[in-house]
Every structure is written in C-alpha cells, then in structure tokens.
Design a protein. Structure first.
Length: 207
C-alpha cells in the first residue's frame, strides 16, 4: 500500500494500475486498497499542495493516476457494498466560465473518497438545488472567479434556506475574489482559501 501511495503521488497511472492488480491478486480488499493506497496518497498530495511543495500540474497527474486506479476498483467496491463517504454537487456559478479552480477542488474532494456531481460552468442557482435533491447530496459547492458573479452564491444560499434542503445541505463557496467576510455576509456554511482545505471541510461536513 505504501508503494501504491508513492506511485500515485508521482502521478504514474500505468504503474498504479499494475500495483492495484497485484494487491487484488494478493487478496487485499478493495476497501483497504482505496483507503490505505489511493486516498492516503492523495492526502499527502493535498498537504503538499497546501504547503506549496507541489503545484497544479502535480495534483492533476496524481488525480489522473487515482482515476485510473479507481477504474479497476469501482466494480469491486460496488460488490463489497462500499459506499462513498458523501456526495457533493459542484459547479461554477451562473455567468462565470472559469473552471480550473473548480476542477482542482473536485479532484481534492474525490481524493477524500467523496462522490462529486460536477455541473460544469455557468450554473444557475436552481440547478444546484435540483442536482442536490436528485443525488442526495450533503454539500453544494459554488465557485466564482468574477466579482460580478458572486451574488449568484447568495441566491444559492437563499434558495437552500427556503427549500426542503434547509438544515440538511451545507453550502461551501470559494474562488479568487471570495472572502470569509463575504461568506459570513451571505450566510454560507464555509469558505476555504484553497482546494485541499475545502476537501478537509467537506469530509467533516459529510461525517
């Protein structure tokens, strides 16, 4: 599992798949491979990213390696009845086409074992809510890079408050112009300054 974690951190997707196959052949459970190998490796990448020891390209490579490994594990995890740790609906708010930050947060969420429903960019407030209801999500995560699109985050918070999701779904916000004081002003549940911290908070909310 330690070797698997290291290969994932190096972003070596083919080697990750080989190592997982070896572990499966040796009778190691899919759950253990996921937690002690893949997720452990992504945790290290998340910590290094927060500390500026690795950057977006390394995170992308590690996430690609993790997705390659998950391809092998998913059928086994389903057979074993292993559930994801929670579901998050994510998207960039209406009027905003930026997705690099959102994609990075999505990878970090998946690196914590969360299931992510990615709505893409230019997402109207209503769409977040309908997706959260449809997928039984615990969290709605909104990203914005333009100050002009930030009011759409407030719409999401307001709509959640007025809906049956109130009290059951947390709204997380983030993006370059977003601040803690804006989060407090609109009554969102969480603002985080970076993707790795967002993933830690999301996992806590789901637990």
């Amino acid at each position: 599992m330690e070797d698997l974690s290291k290969l994932l951190q190096q972003g070596r997707a083919p080697a990750v798949k080989q190592q997982i196959q070896k572990a499966i052949d040796a009778g190691i459970s899919a759950d253990q491979i996921l937690n002690d190998g893949l997720l452990a490796g992504m945790n290290v990448i998340g910590e290094k990213f927060k500390a500026n020891k690795v950057f977006i390209p390394e995170v992308m490579l590690a996430a690609r390696a993790m997705n390659a490994g998950l391809g092998l594990l998913k059928p086994l995890l389903a057979d074993a009845g292993v559930e994801s740790k929670g579901t998050v609906v994510i998207g960039t708010v209406k009027g905003d086409q930026h997705d690099i930050g959102k994609n990075l947060v999505k990878m970090m969420f998946e690196g914590k074992g969360l299931k992510v429903i990615d709505l893409g960019v230019d997402v109207p407030a209503e769409k977040y809510l309908s997706a959260a209801q449809e997928h039984g999500a615990a969290i709605i995560a909104c990203s914005a890079l333009l100050t002009t699109t930030m009011p759409e985050m407030k719409r999401v918070v307001d709509l959640v408050r007025e809906s049956p999701l109130a009290g059951n779904v947390k709204v997380m916000i983030g993006g370059a112009p977003v601040t803690q004081s804006y989060c407090d002003t609109i009554g969102a549940d969480s603002y985080t300054p970076d993707a790795a911290t967002a993933a830690e908070v999301a996992l806590r909310f789901c637990e």
